[in-house]
Design a protein around this ligand. Sequence first.
Ligand SMILES: Nc1nc2c(c(=O)[nH]1)N[C@H]1C(S)=C(S)[C@@H](COP(=O)(O)OP(=O)(O)OC[C@H]3O[C@@H](n4cnc5c(=O)[nH]c(N)nc54)[C@H](O)[C@@H]3O)O[C@H]1N2
Ligand SMILES: Nc1nc2c(c(=O)[nH]1)N[C@H]1C(S)=C(S)[C@@H](COP(=O)(O)OP(=O)(O)OC[C@H]3O[C@@H](n4cnc5c(=O)[nH]c(N)nc54)[C@H](O)[C@@H]3O)O[C@H]1N2
Ligand code: SF4
Ligand code: SF4
Ligand code: SF4
Ligand SMILES: [Mo]
Length: 893
Amino acid sequence: MPKLTIDNIQIEVPEGTTILEASTQLGIDIPTLCHMKELSPEGSCRMCLVEVENARGLQTSCNTICSEGMVVRTDTEKVIDSHRFVLDMLLSNHNLDCFNCAANGQCKLQDYCVQYGVERTSFKGLKCTEPVDTSSPFFDFDHTKCILCRKCVRTCEHIQCDSVLSAADRGFGTSISTFMGVPYLESGCVSCGNCVQACPVGALTLKDSKKYRVWETKKVTTTCPHCATGCQMNLIVKKGKIVAVEGAPGPANEGQLCVKGRFGSHDFVHSPDRLKHPLIKKNGKFEQATWDEALDLIASKMTELKKKYGPNSLAGFSCSRAPNEDNYVMQKMVRTVFETNNVDNCARVCHSATVAGLAITLGSGAMTNTIKDITEEPEVMLIVGSNTTEAHPVIGSRIRRAKQNGCKLIVVDPRETTLAEEADIHLKIRPGTNVAFANGIMNIIISEGLEDKEYIAARTEGYDEIKKIVAEYTPEKVAAICRIDADALREAAIMYAKAEKAPIIYCLGVTEHSTGTEGVMSMSNIAMLVGKIGKAGCGVNPLRGQNNVQGACDMGCLPTDFPGYQKANKPEVISKFEKAWGVSLSSSKGLTSTEVFVAANEGKIKGLYIFGEDPIVTDPDTGHVNNALNNIEFLVVQELFMTETAAYADVILPGASYAQKEGTFSNTERRVQRVRKAVELEGEQRLDTDIFCDLMTRMGYPAHYDSASDIMDEVARLTPSFGGISFERLDRGESLQWPCTYSDHPGTPIMHCEVFSRGLGYFYPAVYKPAAELPDEEYPILLNTGRMLYHYNTRAMTGRSPGINIISNSSYIEINYKDAQKLGIGNHDRVKVYSRRGELETEALVGRKVNEGESFMTFHFPDGNANKLTNAALDEFARIPEYKVCAIKIEKA
Ligand SMILES: Nc1nc2c(c(=O)[nH]1)N[C@H]1C(S)=C(S)[C@@H](COP(=O)(O)OP(=O)(O)OC[C@H]3O[C@@H](n4cnc5c(=O)[nH]c(N)nc54)[C@H](O)[C@@H]3O)O[C@H]1N2
Ligand SMILES: Nc1nc2c(c(=O)[nH]1)N[C@H]1C(S)=C(S)[C@@H](COP(=O)(O)OP(=O)(O)OC[C@H]3O[C@@H](n4cnc5c(=O)[nH]c(N)nc54)[C@H](O)[C@@H]3O)O[C@H]1N2
Ligand code: SF4
Ligand code: SF4
Ligand code: SF4
Ligand SMILES: [Mo]
């Protein structure tokens, strides 16, 4: 620990601390322009010079390491002159257009010039005349204001981990440029805007920032409303409207955002087509109604159906996009006044296989480790069925950063995703063969003697049976099923098993199959075999999808579980909630959302309440959802927008978006984070929780909460794993991951450390079963479905960002060039696609991304939604549909 003095103050710092870091600790401000605390220092802007006794010349403080006895001065005449000199030089070729500059008021050059009294340059510099690149729909690049600090280049390369920018020689000097100098829009840039956020001056600026001056705005820190990475961000609000979004430091994102967080999170809030009034359908047409009319109608209809057909003829779907507090009150409404356990959420079609599978094998269906833990230290990552760079982009960047730092990547995915391209081993497996793959990996680990015998003996059960099963899955047999190379499989198994720290990261490529739950349990089988659960840098890590799908499950929006996974079939759980809520509760088994559609088609579900979900767009086999909704007697939809599903409703209620309410989201790593109100409700929109309470009251169960915080307090009282979570702690800056059982419990970053939640970890004896519908002569091509970077699920939010729509706005199908040749289809040709359930027309993207005989579509676009084609075959444990495999045929249109 070297001791030194800075400006006459003594300080002792850890070995390797820089002068800049030590000064910051002392509260001494040293000006910097190129410095980024996340990255290794460059010392190139020379703004941070300080005087060090006995050193020759001034030293750059950002990269000079403190040593014993060092005497540093940051405030001498010489130092201040050097700051002035740097500023003077920078101004010499800077376009001093401050009055018009979007960065006016948030420019470091401007701030330092004010601080050091530099008003104009004393040099005669050549002014840059390059035109402004306005090609990006989101930001502009003005070379005439660039100070060549290279923060943008380094951010793109080492934080975003896309290498779009470089400092290239152009004209009379160096300038920042995209690869080959093409405009941003054509450069392969993924529009994350992280370089813009890093730029200290007005060279890279948001187009949005022209709409405001920073001093006219307030910032509201909240959680991104899209994926379950849970990035923290600031909504920038001017006169009651959100005008822009910036990344805020959070445990998962450390300031970074992706395109959806930065550019897809605010336009929709103020969109003119937001629902603003309750609507009642009369003679097939929606008419504006008062809240009293709408709520009275719902209460009387639901009560009537309940009396006539019994409580189990009613069901509710909760909203995995909405906060925990909304979800808690929603399931309470279904259980107390609908008097049924028929409540579910979008996890059913997403990670229900995870919730069920990991509960069976480990005792808890959640991510075992933290995002930081699994992306900072590992030697190897095994990534199965996760297109992380598109679906969880900020985690994707963290994975690519780990790769830059030497971590090896094994990617198991039927497509050449970005991570697959960068992987050390890419196993391009046939969709639907994960169980065979996993058993093959285990076969190799055991035959190489790499299993962790002690861990297996001490902490698990069921090993003998799984050992017998996997003995049959020789690498050659598995290679044939999965259509991969047996040696690559061997190499992957050994690489994963031998690494000290190696997490499994998986997503829907594992869950969305008719054998999804077995696929999930196969992931925990692999990890337990080598003793990699309950340890730092390891674990089984499902990346949850929607912003609060983890929370919707945690809050008991599941037919089988009360909040905190307290089982609805246990008498002691029921009596606990009966006592707390003061009603008698149903103990009969609830239906999953996927079963509700089947039951509705059979005439068994009569009344359905859908809170923020759009199954006509997102459930498999649109035809059967359409029939089910037509068969339902009374449908309520509580939404932000007139969705395709809302069109079927009898009553539509206008809810509140994430930016209009208080609450919490739980991200994929079980971290409960605050959602804060930034803008007011418009028209007659109401808080979703107030709507539920009014309805409960009208149905004979008086309910009211003063605030979202009160709701969380009730959750904490009734849910052991949330016992220590409160708004007060979160607002104090604590970051809490459940289980967090009492008021000063620090939360649980890594689960199953000493024992598994279920006691012993269980090896589930999974055998490979083929997907429900395989290609045949009539429908010869396998269709795999999923997502792309720019759009999110139904596009309810991203589809209302004009900039995002400029980049991507229509459907496509990825097909292999060999199939395309056979079918006479060229790249970008229009094609017709048929399955046994439906047909559509779309654009062909021909290449090698998918294997021969396979194809891929998204479900984002109304002009070609894959769900017209997909198969509603369900998994036997979790009732999750097989979105990832069905059979189609393709023709040139
Ligand atoms: N941009 C964007 N981000 C999103 C979303 C979005 O709509 N858009 N949605 C959010 C939601 S709700 C979710 S759940 C997540 C989902 O995130 P992901 O699961 O990462 O996304 P998907 O594209 O559905 O599927 C991931 C990969 O699984 C592969 N796959 C298909 N079948 C198999 C198989 O049998 N085995 C293996 N090993 N892989 C297979 C696919 O080729 C695909 O690359 O993303 C979230 N983030
Ligand atoms: N083919 C195919 N289909 C799929 C998948 C696939 O991989 N392939 N993936 C599936 C998966 S994983 C998922 S999660 C589903 C997603 O399916 P959905 O949940 O249906 O889709 P989302 O777009 O996430 O959002 C649903 C709705 O919530 C509303 N909403 C958002 N916030 C609020 C709020 O605070 N209050 C209210 N009242 N409403 C709100 C939005 O307006 C939006 O209409 O899609 C599934 N569909
Ligand atoms: S927006 Fe993102 S991808 Fe594009 S250049 Fe900037 S950092 Fe790179
Ligand atoms: S564009 Fe901005 S961040 Fe990039 S080098 Fe120029 S001044 Fe620095
Ligand atoms: S990675 Fe997910 S949470 Fe983060 S900004 Fe993007 S969409 Fe939002
Ligand atoms: Mo999802």
